[in-house]
Design a protein around this ligand. Sequence first.
Ligand code: GDP
Length: 248
Amino acid sequence: MNQSDPHAHPTPIDTPEVLANSAPDPEKAGLSQAAFALLSPADRAKYAMGWLHTARFLTTAAQLHHLPAYDLPEIAFVGRSNAGKSTCINVLTQQKRLAYASKTPGRTQHINLFALGRQGQTDAVLADLPGYGYAAVPKQDKIRWQQVMANYLLTRDNLRAVVLMCDPRHGLTELDDILLDVLRPRVEEGLKFLVLLTKADKLNRTEGAKALSIAKLQAGGGEVKLFSALKKQGVDEVASLLYDWMHT
Ligand code: GDP
C-alpha cells in the first residue's frame, strides 16, 4: 500500500479471488453448526479458540467502497477508543499483536479485515473498526469516520454480527447509543449483536451484576457479557458464540 496516501486503494494480502474460490471442501472445512452443538461446552470452546487462532491479516481500507465484497459471514468489532477492543481481539485470536496492526500509522482510521478458517478454507471475516470518540482526532476526521462506520453497519451485505466493546466503568456513551440506533433495524432483521463489558476484573461482583443489568436494558435484544482479557473471563463463551454465529 502507498503509505503516503492513507486513502489509496490497499493491496490485499489474501486476494478476494482466493477467498471467493475457497468453496468449502467437506474434508477440510470446519464443523457445521449442528456438529459443533453436539460437542461439550469445553470442547466447543477449544474448537472455537482454534478457529479464532487462524486469524490473519487480509486487507485494510479507509473507505467503504475500497472494501472487497465477500460472500462470507463477517463479524465487526466496534467500540470507543480505549474500550479494550485490540486487547480483546488479541486474546480471542491468541495473537499478541494482531489487532495492533490496526493501530499502526495510516491505519487507525481504517477498517481492517482478518480472515478466519484454515488457509484456503476461509469461512468468515473479522472486521476491526477504528475506535471512536478519541478527543485528539480533528472534528472533520471524526465526522468523516462516523459516516463511514454508519454506512458500513447499514450496508455491508455480509455483516452477520457486531461485537460492541464497552468499558463498564464509563457505561454506554452517547456515541455507543448512536451506534445502537444505527444498528437497531438490522438487529431486528436478524443481525447478531453482542455487548462486551470489558475490563471486568476492575469490578467487584455487585458492580459487575449492576453493569450487566443496565447494559442488558440498553442493548435492545442483543447479548451482553462481562469480559476480562486480564483474567480470561468470558473468553471461552465469546469464542463459542462467535463460532456458532458464523456457521449458521
Ligand atoms: P482499544 O483502544 O479499544 O483497542 O483498547 P486497548 O485494547 O488498547 O486497551 C486500552 C487499555 O485498557 C490498555 O491500557 C489495556 O491494557 C487496558 N485493558 C484492556 N483490556 C483489559 C482488561 O481486561 N483488564 C484490564 N484491567 N485492563 C485492560
